[in-house]
Ligand binder design. Structure first.
Ligand code: IMP
Ligand code: MG
Length: 179
């Protein structure tokens, strides 16, 4: 285990098992629909690579990058830094996210993608932290890997200051690392 990790929340095996289950659901729901699977970079890359390999029907892969300008407002102002390349009009879109936290990112991503007039849009997030949701955000993810308490987690794509994304498990950092 990495020396900066205080506690492992989900082992690599536990994550893979949950992804296999989600894969069965997604395969059933998207059979023959040739969905565009949109990943929100960068945190999603590890989950994305494992998740699409459990979807046993054709799917198209695409990615977008967003960033937030932390202004004086408490709401993060989001902007698209890199857009997807597929034409979404009339297509079934499945958004993959690493973690659904305050809801700013997914709300923004959803609005952005809906403006491209897809036939449907659903959201699959590996982790959901409902306690952190900003008041007023009612959007629910359609598929959730794990619902977790209000803790900052790293690993399996999730970072703290761009570190720990390559850990194969998900854990909580030691408090002294945040200082
Ligand atoms: P939201 O817009 O607040 O829902 O934040 C979503 C984004 O914040 C995620 O895609 C992550 O990049 C980041 N994030 C939120 N919680 C965590 C965490 O516990 N660990 C690492 N990154 C996080
Ligand atoms: Mg992210």
């Amino acid at each position: 285990m990495d020396k900066d990790i205080q506690e492992v929340l989900f082992t690599a095996d536990q994550i893979q098992e949950r992804i296999r289950q989600l894969g069965q659901e997604l395969t059933r729901d998207y059979e023959g629909k040739f969905p565009v699977v949109v990943g929100v970079l960068k945190g999603v890359v590890v989950f994305y690579a494992d998740m699409v390999r459990q979807i046993q029907t054709h799917c198209q892969m695409d990615f977008m990058t967003i960033s937030s300008y932390q202004g004086t407002q408490s709401t993060g102002n989001m902007v698209v830094k890199g857009d997807i390349s597929a034409d979404l009009k009339g297509r079934h879109v499945l958004v993959l996210e690493d973690i659904y936290d305050t809801g700013n990112s997914l709300t923004f991503v959803r609005e952005h993608l809906l403006s491209k007039e897809p036939a449907s849009l659903k959201i699959c997030t590996l982790f959901d932290k409902p306690e952190r949701r900003k008041p007023g955000i009612t959007l629910q993810a359609d598929y959730v890997g794990f619902t977790i308490p209000n803790a900052f987690v790293v690993g399996y794509g999730l970072d703290y200051n761009e570190k720990y994304r390559n850990l194969p498990y998900v854990g909580i950092l030691k408090p002294e690392i945040y200082q």
